[in-house]
Ligand binder design. Structure first.
Ligand code: TXA
Ligand code: MG
Length: 352
């Protein structure tokens, strides 16, 4: 299959762009697959109400089919067709955060095939905050099932070029809307429990949710592997977001981190590894390795998030086999950053 790429600048809705959305919509209605930009990461979209489309998504990603897909909608009323028993908290969260990087788990209606929900009676729903995503969803009939547009196990794509790397020849079209804004996947909150639970941390933090709906808990499996429990979001149990090389995070005081990182790099080189470090500007001059990547300023966790997946892909391209990185505070949005770093590292942390 040839994968068509259409550039969307979404500055003005030009005739050409309208035509691209129309074509993308037709592909979806015919059961095909289209990758599209969102504010978090690129999605790999198919018709959420067509079981055959969901099967194709799993095949294109090489993803286990028990891992449910998020249904993307473009307006609040669409939710009524795909969900039942919608609690009043869902509306309040939608008013506060949609369109935006928040996914809600609700009871699914019979309109949603089990192929889309990985056999679950619940559905994940989100309204992305990206003009191209919203135009595409509308053109496609309103219900787009989409996981991140990476091959299973690879870091999520934050540019159309990343999507091309993983999906060329596997899907019908890519809508290229440039770089994404956030760079980490949406927050997932489960509203089917008595107390809402965060199943995946993201840009919308626990504190932001609590301000709108009161108490919100966090799935205890998110920040540690040793809880003896299985994560509630089926996707969170897989080794996700991972580079090909091994990865170790080093946590501690700045001077100790610098010392340990340099020592680890030296040891790894002695073992014949090609070494890489992923570090902030604050320690840039004091650490050396075969490949160095800057996460930006330590205080700017938004910039760190935006760069993270791109850097993990670059380590793969540059055939780095041993990666070392810093740890960050898990407060606020830092929880999402640390969650993805820990997953990428397989929870390998050296405390110094
Ligand atoms: O930001 C995002 O959410 C991106 C963009 C494309 O919207 N999408 C995304 O999709 O990250 P994906 O498939 O890579 O991650 C979806 C996560 C998985 O961990 C999955 O297990 C969980 O959502 N999930 C989906 N439906 C669920 C459900 N009914 N119950 C619990 N977890 C669910
Ligand atoms: Mg994903």
């Amino acid at each position: 299959m040839e994968t068509i790429v259409k550039v969307i600048n979404h500055l003005k809705s030009s005739k050409e762009e309208k035509e691209s959305f129309r074509q993308a919509g037709e592909i979806i209605k015919d059961g095909g697959l289209v990758a599209f930009p969102t504010e978090t990461v690129y999605g790999l979209g198919g018709d959420a109400l067509n079981p055959e489309s969901s099967r194709k998504i799993y095949a294109a990603k090489g993803r286990p089919s028990d891992n449910p897909l998020i249904i993307h909608i473009a307006d609040w009323t669409s939710i009524k067709k795909i969900c039942v028993d919608i609690p009043e908290t869902a509306k309040r969260l939608a008013d506060a955060f949609w369109p935006g990087p928040l996914t809600m788990i609700l009871k699914k209606s019979s309109a949603v095939p089990y192929e889309t929900t990985g056999g679950l009676d619940t559905a994940a729903v989100r309204m992305p905050d990206h003009p191209a995503a919203l135009s595409f969803i509308k053109a496609a009939g309103g219900y787009i099932a989409a996981p991140s547009a990476n091959l299973s196990g690879r870091p999520s794509p934050t540019t159309a070029a990343h999507v091309m790397e993983d999906m060329d020849g596997r899907i019908d079209m890519i809508l290229d809307g440039g770089d994404v804004g956030i760079g980490l996947e949406s927050t997932i909150v489960d509203l089917t429990e008595n107390v809402p639970v965060i199943l995946r941390p993201g840009y919308v933090t626990q504190e932001m949710l609590s301000r709108v709906i009161g108490r919100v808990d966090t799935d205890i499996t998110l920040m540690s592997r040793d809880t003896g429990r299985v994560p509630k979001a089926p996707g969170m149990k897989y080794r996700h977001y991972a580079p090909k090389g091994s990865m170790l995070l080093i946590e501690g005081d700045r001077e100790a981190v610098i010392r340990t990182m340099n020592a680890e790099v030296k040891n790894a080189k002695r073992r014949g590894e090609r070494t890489g470090v992923m570090i902030t500007d604050e320690i840039w001059d004091q650490v050396s390795a075969d490949v160095k990547k800057s996460l930006g300023n330590r205080d700017n966790e938004y910039e760190i998030a935006r760069r993270l997946y791109r850097i993990l892909r670059e380590f793969d391209e540059e055939e780095v086999t041993a990666i070392f990185g810093e740890c960050f505070s898990s407060d606020g949005f830092g929880q999402a950053v640390m969650n993805r770093l820990l997953k990428a590292a397989g929870y390998a942390v050296e405390k110094v």
